[in-house]
Design a protein around this ligand. Structure first.
Ligand code: COA
Length: 659
């Protein structure tokens, strides 16, 4: 009987010489010599073999012998000792493939090349300089955040909580959301406005989870001038609604607002993107199948009264929630009648008589519980929790503080290492520091390629020097690839400040070529229908910033690092001499002398206006994020944007109308 050699011996040399093999036919002939063909019939080699080995094909024999011992098992047993010594890692037995029984995720192969993120010693001083600057700007950022978190100040909070018996807005969010780990949008908006400081623009906006579903929230802070709406507050609410529309996120309004801030009515009321747009959007969103729910947890006067009334479902809280177009003082002035807020537009009146509200809650706690129940009836699906096991980057994200450029020229050494610069940053952002670069040796002032952030596949476009002609062409190509494959794009923007004009004819030609290539990339970026996130990690200057999906190119989210500079021109390229014209000699000197103070004040203004804080307080972005939190914020945004894939609620030709 044939007995198979152990599999582990396959391929090994036999120990000694073996006798020459006798072909079966020859053996058979010897056995049946002298017999007639009839007797011989049915005894061909095949027949004989079949009879002898009936039911015993080599495969069956092997199976019987090695029952439960597949070649993989046998190999594992054979090489167990070697695996322990790490042998399997380097040779033909990658241990993960052998040992793990888990199905492999096709979306997250751990085979992208690993980036070398070490900072070369020669750039250490630039790293240190950046680090010092990052620490200073982060300190300033933390101070401003602390200031904003106090809302309208201690007295206003005392009046709000002690006298008016209401919860502070952050406490309300704590009760409403699944956990406090929400993405707050533009917390610094409203600081240092021409009309004064308006902490958090008088309302908190952001994206958090309720019953696992990502929702946009818009929550008035009544400690800031009675929660009245300033121009910057309108802009902030409109941006939150825009995010809700783009990403099909349901919206929750926590309303405690005295309506328009009357002294600024001309900046709030008449124009298209003024206060009325909030109500317009509510109707449009409802028709789009994006639900909105509201809690009336304070006075909702005039404009403030429309928000909950236009919501699809609303809750009003006994004793503290009121809704009216004109409050008791106006009623007194108009009719001479004394009326209490409760009688004029309290919770009972609106729940039992007017129908402006759908649920009556006896306390704030009950109201937020009720909203959570309402959300669970919206038929909105959370993103299914995938079994993602993302690898952390191999380099500490804390080191991003040393890579966040102080400014473009001062970080020249790091820029010269531009072959590494963006890659150094990427190695601290992507899973396992793995990055599949696209067109690496071409147009090297732009880095393009694919990586994963917390398990989500993204296409990454990162500045790595001045955006030259070939770099812009590469960018167009890559953005189109992402668009075609449906992969979200992450722009890491650090655009170089440009001098005002070319210095020579040949430079002018180069400029024209660049112009054409950049125009192509702008078109590709504008028309890519995939989600886009822009993080300004350094400079956001001039037209290059459009190409890198700046604010006017409508990325779904745009955040700044605190070191970022945002301006059309950099102060270093600010023209310092007035145009010569026909002036010569003394005339020119006189002009220059006169121009100096003007230039000085313009320069210092430019310096101030370029800071990330100036930008964020004016809502030119969705907020400042710390470099070391970037990975987490990107992952949150990617998941938020992914949620719409799981929604089944469709658009309707009309909004839900309160009857
Ligand atoms: N415009 C400008 N400032 C306003 C305002 C408005 N619509 N409503 C309130 N404020 C200011 C108050 O003058 C006060 O300012 P101060 O702190 O500098 O004194 C601050 O907001 C807080 O108001 P106060 O009335 O003390 O607080 P409250 O919690 O008791 O009441 C309101 C808040 C909003 C209910 C109440 O102020 C009110 O009814 N305001 C009028 C609202 C209105 O008529 N809006 C019409 C918009 S078209």
């Amino acid at each position: 009987m044939w007995s198979p050699a152990p599999l582990c011996a396959l391929g090994r040399r036999r120990p000694g010489p073996c006798p020459p093999l006798q072909p079966l036919t020859r053996l058979l002939q010897r056995e049946y010599r002298g017999q007639t063909p009839r007797e011989y019939q049915g005894q061909t080699p095949t027949h004989l073999l079949q009879r002898e080995y009936r039911g015993q094909t080599p495969t069956r024999l092997l199976q019987r012998e090695y029952r439960g011992q597949t070649p993989t098992h046998l190999l594992q047993r054979e090489y167990r000792g070697l695996l322990g010594q790490g042998w399997g890692r380097t040779l033909h037995l990658p241990p993960r493939r052998f040992v793990s029984n888990k199905p492999k995720s096709k979306r997250n192969p751990k085979t992208f090349p690993v980036l070398d993120g070490r900072v070369p010693a020669v750039y250490q001083h630039a790293f240190e300089e950046n680090l010092r600057n990052s620490k200073a700007v982060i300190k300033r950022y933390s101070e401003l955040l602390e200031r904003v978190k106090k809302g309208g100040g201690e007295n206003a909070i005392l009046r709000h909580t002690q006298r008016n018996k209401k919860l502070f807005v952050r406490e309300r969010l704590r009760l409403l959301l699944d956990h406090e780990d929400f993405l707050e949008l533009s917390p610094l908006a409203g600081l240092d406005m021409p009309y004064g400081d308006v902490p958090a623009a008088g309302c908190l906006t952001g994206i958090g989870r309720i019953c696992g579903v990502w929702c946009v929230f818009i929550a008035s802070d009544a400690t800031v001038k009675g929660g009245t709406i300033y121009p910057i507050g309108v802009k902030k609410q409109l941006r939150a609604q825009e995010i809700a529309m783009e990403n099909r996120l349901l919206s929750v309004h926590i309303v405690d607002s005295g309506g328009a801030f009357l002294p600024l009515q001309s900046e709030l009321f008449p124009d298209k993107l003024h206060g009325g747009r909030i109500f317009y959007n509510e109707a449009i969103m409802s028709a789009m199948g994006i639900p909105q729910v509201a809690v009336v947890c304070g006075s909702c006067v005039a404009g403030g009264a429309y928000v909950p009334t236009m919501a699809e479902e609303s809750v009003i809280i006994d004793q503290i929630g009121t809704l009216f177009l004109a409050g008791p003082p106006l009623v007194k002035a108009a009719t001479g009648e004394d009326v209490s807020p409760e009688d004029l537009g309290g919770a009972r009146l609106h729940s039992q008589v007017s129908g402006c509200s759908d649920h009556f809650a006896v306390s704030e706690e009950e109201a937020y519980e009720c909203i959570r129940n309402v959300v669970s009836t919206l038929n909105f699906e959370p993103v299914p929790g995938e079994d993602r096991e993302p690898d952390s980057p191999l380099y500490s994200p804390e080191e991003l503080l040393g890579l966040a450029p102080l400014d473009y020229s001062c970080t020249l050494p790091v820029k010269l290492s531009s072959l590494y610069n963006s890659l150094q940053i990427l190695s601290r952002l992507v899973d396992g520091s793995r990055f599949q670069e696209f067109k690496a040796p071409y147009g090297t002032t732009l880095v393009t390629g694919f990586g994963h952030v917390e398990g989500h596949l993204v296409g990454i476009v990162a500045n790595n020097g001045e955006l030259a002609h070939d770099a812009a062409l590469k960018g167009s190509h890559f953005v189109q690839l992402c668009g075609q494959r449906g992969i979200p794009i992450l722009f890491l923007q650090n655009t170089a400040p440009q001098p005002a004009g070319p210095a020579s004819i040949s430079q002018a030609e180069a400029h024209s070529n660049r112009l054409k290539a950049q125009a192509s990339m702008m078109a590709a970026v504008a028309c890519a229908t995939v989600p886009k996130i822009t993080i300004v990690i350094g400079g956001c200057f001039g037209s290059d910033s459009y190409v890198m999906c700046g604010r006017s190119f409508s990325p779904n989210f745009l955040f700044l690092w605190p070191n970022a500079r945002v301006a059309l021109v950099d102060s270093q390229h600010f023209p310092t001499v007035p145009p010569a014209g026909d002036w010569t000699g003394e005339e020119l000197e006189l002009k220059q002398l006169k121009a100096k103070p003007v230039q000085f004040s313009a320069l210092s203004r430019l310096e101030e206006e370029s800071s990330a804080f100036y930008s964020s307080s004016r809502l030119w972005d969705d907020g400042i994020i710390l470099p070391q939190d970037t990975r987490k914020v990107i992952a949150q945004c990617l998941e938020i944007m992914e949620q719409k894939k799981f929604q089944t609620v469709l658009s309707h030709p009309h909004p839900i109308i309160r009857m």
